[in-house]
Design a protein around this ligand. Sequence first.
Ligand SMILES: CC(=O)SCCNC(=O)CCNC(=O)[C@H](O)C(C)(C)COP(=O)(O)OP(=O)(O)OC[C@H]1O[C@@H](n2cnc3c(N)ncnc32)[C@H](O)[C@@H]1OP(=O)(O)O
Ligand SMILES: CC(C)C(=O)C(=O)O
Length: 549
Amino acid sequence: MSTSEPDVSGPAHVTRDCPASIADAAIAPPAPGEHVRIFDTSLRDGEQSPGCSMTAPQKLRFAHALSELGVDVIEVGFPASSVAEIDAGRAIAREVRGSTLAALARCHAGDIEAAARTLDAARAARLHVFISTSPLHREHKLGLSREQVIERAVMGVELARRHFDDVEFSAEDALRTEPDFLAEICGAAVAAGATTLNIPDTVGYTTPAEIRALFEYLRANVRDAHRAVFSAHCHDDLGLAVANSLAAIEGGARQVECTINGIGERAGNCALEELVMALNVRSGYFDARTRIDTRRLLPTSRLLSRITGMQVQRNKAIVGQNAFAHESGIHQHGMLKHRGTYEIMRPEDVGWVQSQIVLGRHSGRAALSDRLQSLGFALDEARLNQVFAGFKTLAEKKREVFDADLEALVLGTDAPTLHGHRLLHLHVSTGVGDDSLPTASVRLLDADGGQVSEAAVGDGPVHALFAALARATGIALHIDSYQVSSVTTGDDAQGQASVTARVDGAELSGSGTSTDILEASAHAWLEIANRVSRTRAAAPSPQRIAATA
Ligand SMILES: CC(=O)SCCNC(=O)CCNC(=O)[C@H](O)C(C)(C)COP(=O)(O)OP(=O)(O)OC[C@H]1O[C@@H](n2cnc3c(N)ncnc32)[C@H](O)[C@@H]1OP(=O)(O)O
Ligand SMILES: CC(C)C(=O)C(=O)O
């Protein structure tokens, strides 16, 4: 192998020619408000990411989620790659409705037959055939001349059309292909029956201005261009996949291929959630619509992370944990006055419950005071300043200051549970077998020093325990999440239980630690319940982030 730098740029005239061609191109801009098809390839290109392979049941589940999201086309896989891929695709084709189902094939008879067999039962099916068109790929990968590549492409499209009316042709590595040859092969594909022309930036090499120019050029120079929908498929090697896809839309693309969380070969593909929200938030600028139900973006992203085990980075746009979290005082102060100051979209519109004000070393008095009010503490200015000084000292030591820390700061060193109900006794029995039911009994010490005992049954021991605590305290919590993790090691490891609950429209969390995970769970539940009873006792209602106009 040569040690010199590989020439990856393709022919020098590729980038030089496009702008000149645009000047010649007398084409109408895309009609305003046009629909842009969303083609999701998480199950095909996404699955090509190392570490992202999915089982057949996982693919089926995710395909249902994509259809519920409102994706126009779901690429179910590359059937020629294995029997398991065919079986997974067939299961999707039997069940999933509401989206067109596509399968990828090389310009090979065997691949096309396998893809067609896979989509047999689909209500709406598309065959997607591809071949490389760039000089680098033609010479080094395929060993084919321009004419031979066109011949193969035409053969592939014609064979695909024998199975389905909906046929997509992709010119792999299109952005490093000579524009005149690209226009020629696209025209040949349309003549052979292709209804969608996909122009992939296979190696993530292009820039927004360049890809826009290329789409404008192709719309003007491909023979019978009006008979096909132009599509973009951008990779993220330079972090430009979303920007390039948006530019392609400006150039006339009316289908964009993307993946949830941007998974895909190498650095990934255009992230569906980012592209859709860019079109949505800047609708006046792009004037192009999708039919995606944006409130399903976060749940779909989370489902994919759970299935693949590939976590989304915290600062990822739209679906990352920090996407709607504010930690610095100046931003928090602005957010409390009007959330439009630091948010360009509503978290609720993409599936989050609400924005988050995270208290840490950069926070100021406005955010601290707001959080204290929502915890039921109304402090005068002098006391607030005192607590603020303690808060800053604590925040220097901790990354994030939690509600329980604030309660300790205001109330003194006692654990927060001392200021509400406290667990004295707990007994839980599990219910394995026909006649037994999981049962829990609890005895609590209340804030006035009295005792209260209650028992309850449930679907499982934790459910029974939480039901008994609800009876004893008179507080009903809607549990959103419950997790137990080990915080030390060995046989006597401490377990930490974390509970998140929604109460009176707010999301509250509590945690408890013990060598007994049921006791830890009871402490976590009581931490939230005690906060609720104190908040309810301390009217007026908490200040909320002002709604965006
Ligand atoms: C840009 C993209 O994302 S393309 C999609 C990439 N996805 C995948 O490759 C996943 C599925 N792939 C596979 O399972 C395997 O590669 C298979 C089963 C398809 C093929 O396996 P093999 O027959 O062992 O071939 P191998 O993968 O080593 O090489 C690819 C062959 O396809 C040929 N080829 C590549 N693209 C095309 C095309 N679009 N049309 C026709 N032939 C093509 C190559 O020239 C090579 O042919 P050769 O074996 O005659 O040299
Ligand atoms: C096969 C095509 C669409 C592709 O995945 C690419 O070129 O990246």
